[in-house]
Design a protein around this ligand. Structure first.
Ligand SMILES: [Zn+2]
Length: 144
């Protein structure tokens, strides 16, 4: 399973980090990652990106905004201390697991892979099975 933040890349490319956002090609990276996950039958989903770096992964309390220079997550409520990016990754993982384990909450439109046990019965997943895969490969071959 792979979870990523559902970032608003258009808005980011207009903001303070404009050039860096475009240089890093996050959108292209996420599209390739999504395709590879689909091809390898790995579950991939985008999760709500709001406050991932401002939430403590241990106690889920809001810890407030951090400057980009502040690299350590320290929770004043439970005392959990770790790398800032690691803490955000833990929050993203928790949100992803919550997304797929809460009935009715799973965003099938954002979940492209088909390997998740118990999820094959839904119509959106069966549509993504072999027939559409062949179509996807044909499209790719014509581009080469
Ligand atoms: Zn905490």
């Amino acid at each position: 399973m792979i979870f990523a933040e559902d970032l608003n890349l258009k808005a980011m490319s207009r903001g303070m980090l404009c050039k860096h956002t475009l240089d890093a090609a996050f959108g292209q990276f996420l599209n390739i990652l999504k395709f590879v996950c689909w091809k390898k039958d790995v579950f991939f989903a985008k999760v709500n990106p709001n406050g991932t770096s401002q939430t403590c992964p241990m106690c889920l309390e809001e810890t407030g905004k951090k400057d980009l220079s502040q690299r350590i997550h320290y929770c004043q409520f439970c005392g959990y201390k770790t790398d800032r990016d690691h803490a955000a990754a833990e929050v993203i993982r928790q949100r992803g697991i919550e997304l797929i384990s809460t009935q009715g909450l799973c965003g099938m439109e954002t979940a492209c892979a088909v390997g998740l046990p118990g999820a094959r019965e839904t119509s959106s997943r069966s549509e993504a099975k072999p027939d559409s895969r062949k179509g996807g490969r044909k499209t790719r071959n014509t581009q080469l």
